[in-house]
Design a protein around this ligand. Structure first.
Ligand SMILES: [Zn+2]
Length: 65
């Protein structure tokens, strides 16, 4: 029986990071790309960002693929 399997599995659990979109909550335009930590699931985050489509600052939500 191979013993190395358990060790290999444990090493895979490193800090998970993922590229996500920041999507405008008003016009649904995906304006920004950012990298977030998804170790504890998707953060419930809203950022005030400039929306080029509407030419004003709006709330942007994280959108995973
Ligand atoms: Zn917008």
């Amino acid at each position: 029986m191979p013993e190395s399997n358990a060790v290999t599995m444990a090493k895979k659990k490193k800090s998970k990071r993922e590229y996500v979109w920041l999507e405008c909550s008003e016009c649904s335009q995906r304006n920004y790309r950012t990298e977030i930590s998804v170790a504890e699931g998707t953060p419930k985050l809203e950022l005030k960002k400039y929306c080029k489509t509407e030419r004003k600052r709006t709330a942007h939500k994280i959108r995973r693929k």
